[in-house]
Design a protein. Structure first.
Length: 402
C-alpha cells in the first residue's frame, strides 16, 4: 500500500474507530445505550415522552387521533363515504367506524383495563358485510407510514375484520364517576365532514368523572393559531391542527402531520377588552343550538359581529387559541342530553387555556353521570374574566333568573 494511502487509512478510519471505541467503553451505560439507539434506529428518538403526569396518556391520545385523522382524510377523498343513517336520523360514515376502531385498538394496547365510552357501535356492520369489509380495507391500509415507532407504540395492525368489529363495540361502557374512562368521538360534526367543513377527531380521559387529558384533531382548521375565526371550508395547504391539554399543565396546539408529531405551542384565550369586538361561535345546525336566542344574547352583550357557525369541537379549539372568544350552545329541546364525547376534550382544553366552561345554569359540565351530560343544560364557554357577565345575559334571555 503506498504511504499516502496508508496514512489516509490510519487517520480517516482506524483513529476515529479507536476514539469511538474508547469513548463507548468509558461512557456510563445509559448514554452507551443512547449511542447505540441513535445510530441503529434513528426513528426511536422521534417520539418524545416527557416525565410529567399523564405523559403516556397524552402521547397515545395524540398519536391515535393523528392516525385516525389520516383515515378520515382518506375517506373524504373517496367519492363513496359509505354514509348511512342512524336510528336518530344522524349520519355515520365508514370514516367514523374506521377511526373509532383505530383509536380503541391503540387504547386497548396501552391501557387494557381502562373503560371506553365511544359514540359508534358495530351492529349495523355485522348485518352488512359489504360495508364492514369496506371499513376493514380502510383500517388495514391506514398507518403512520413514516413513523414505524409510532405505529408500534399504537399496537400495530388490527389482526382481523372480526376483531375490528369487536373493538368498535368495546366503546360501550356506561361511563360513571369511578375509575379511568376514555371517551371517543371518532368524527365529531359528521355533517361538517361530509360537506367539507369543520369536523374533529376527539378523545379524552376521565378519572373519577374529572377530565385529565383531552386531545382534538381538527383536519380542516388553519394551522396558524392567529388565523381569524371563519367558517370557510377546505382541507388544503396550511390546514390541520391538534389541540391537547392535561389538567394543570396548560393547553397546546400543533400542526396535524402525517409522520412524526410536530412540536406543540402553548395556547391561551384572548382577553376581551371590548365586548363589542368579541366574536362568538355556535353550531351550524339550528337543531343543535338555539340560534335566535344566541343572537339576542349577543345583541344584549353589545357584540356587533355575526356569529361564526362551525361544526364540531373545532369551536372549543378555536376559542382556546384566541381565534374566537365565546362558544354558546343553547338547548333546543328539554329532552336532548348532550353526549360526553361531544364536550370532554374541549371542556379541558378551554379551561387549561384560561377559560371557563359551564352550562346555562352556571354549573360545571359533569362528565361523571354516564354517557350523557344528563345533569347539564347547554354550554357557555368564555374567557374566565367575562364568563360571569356572559352567563348573566344568557340567564336573562332564557328566563332562568328567579
Ligand atoms: N338535538 C341535538 N342537540 C344538540 N346536539 C345534537 C343534537 N343532535 C345531535 N347532536 C350532536 O351534535 C354534534 C355536532 O354538533 P356541533 O354543534 O358540534 O356541530 S353542528 O354544527 O351542529 O353540526 C353531533 O356530533 P356527531 O354526531 O359526532 O357529529 C351530535 O352528537
Ligand atoms: Mg354522530
Ligand atoms: Mg359529536
Ligand atoms: Mg361523531
Amino acid at each position: 500500500m503506498p504511504l499516502e494511502s496508508r496514512n489516509n487509512f490510519f487517520y480517516k478510519i482506524l483513529l476515529p474507530l479507536l476514539i469511538l471505541t474508547l469513548a463507548f467503553f468509558l461512557s456510563p451505560s445509559s448514554s452507551r445505550l443512547n449511542l447505540i439507539l441513535s445510530h441503529l434506529t434513528p426513528q426511536t428518538t422521534t417520539v418524545k415522552m416527557s416525565s410529567s403526569p399523564y405523559a403516556k396518556e397524552l402521547l397515545i391520545a395524540q398519536l391515535s387521533i393523528q392516525r385516525a385523522s389520516i383515515l378520515t382524510k382518506r375517506v373524504f377523498q373517496e367519492s363513496s363515504k359509505g354514509t348511512i343513517s342512524k336510528s336518530d336520523a344522524s349520519p355515520v360514515t365508514i370514516g367514523d367506524f374506521g377511526a373509532q376502531a383505530l383509536i380503541i385498538s391503540a387504547l386497548k394496547h396501552n391501557f387494557p383495563s381502562d373503560q371506553i365510552v365511544a359514540e359508534e357501535e358495530a351492529s349495523t356492520l355485522r348485518n352488512d358485510p359489504l360495508l364492514s369489509s369496506k371499513i376493514w380495507d380502510l383500517v388495514k391500509s391506514t398507518s403512520l407510514s413514516s413513523s414505524p415507532e409510532a405505529e408500534s407504540l399504537l399496537g400495530g395492525q388490527i389482526p382481523s375484520e372480526s376483531k375490528m368489529l369487536d373493538l368498535i363495540d368495546s366503546g360501550n361502557s356506561s361511563g360513571g364517576r369511578t375509575g379511568r374512562i376514555w371517551t371517543i368521538d371518532p368524527i365529531d360534526g359528521t355533517k361538517g365532514f361530509l360537506r367539507g367543513g369543520q369536523y374533529a377527531v376527539c378523545l379524552a380521559l376521565l378519572e373519577d368523572g374529572d377530565v385529565k387529558v383531552g386531545a382534538i384533531a381538527c383536519p380542516n382548521l388553519p394551522v396558524d393559531d392567529s388565523a381569524p375565526l371563519t367558517a370557510d371550508i377546505g382541507d388544503g395547504e396550511g390546514r390541520g391542527v391538534i389541540f391537547s391539554a392535561v389538567k394543570g399543565q396548560g393547553a397546546t396546539s400543533r400542526p396535524l402531520t402525517t409522520g412524526d408529531l410536530a412540536e406543540g405551542k402553548q395556547i391561551s384565550m384572548k382577553p376581551i377588552t371590548e365586548m363589542s369586538a368579541a366574536s362568538f361561535c355556535e353550531s351550524v345546525e339550528a337543531g343543535h343550538s338555539n340560534q335566535s336566542e344566541s343572537a339576542r344574547i349577543a345583541e344584549k352583550l353589545g357584540i356587533t359581529r355575526p356569529s361564526v357557525r362551525m361544526d364540531s369541537q373545532a369551536k372549543y379549539g378555536s376559542i382556546a387559541r384566541g381565534a374566537g372568544d365565546i362558544y354558546l350552545r343553547l338547548p333546543t329541546s328539554k329532552t336532548y342530553q348532550e353526549k360526553i364525547w361531544d364536550h370532554a376534550g374541549g371542556d379541558l382544553i378551554v379551561r387549561e387555556a384560561g377559560g371557563e366552561v359551564t352550562d346555562t345554569k352556571g354549573n360545571r359540565l359533569d362528565f361523571g353521570v354516564g354517557r350523557t351530560l344528563a345533569s347539564n343544560s347547554g354550554v357557555i364557554a368564555a374567557p374566565k374574566a367575562v364568563h360571569a357577565q356572559v352567563l348573566d345575559v344568557v340567564q336573562e334571555v332564557l328566563g332562568l333568573k328567579n
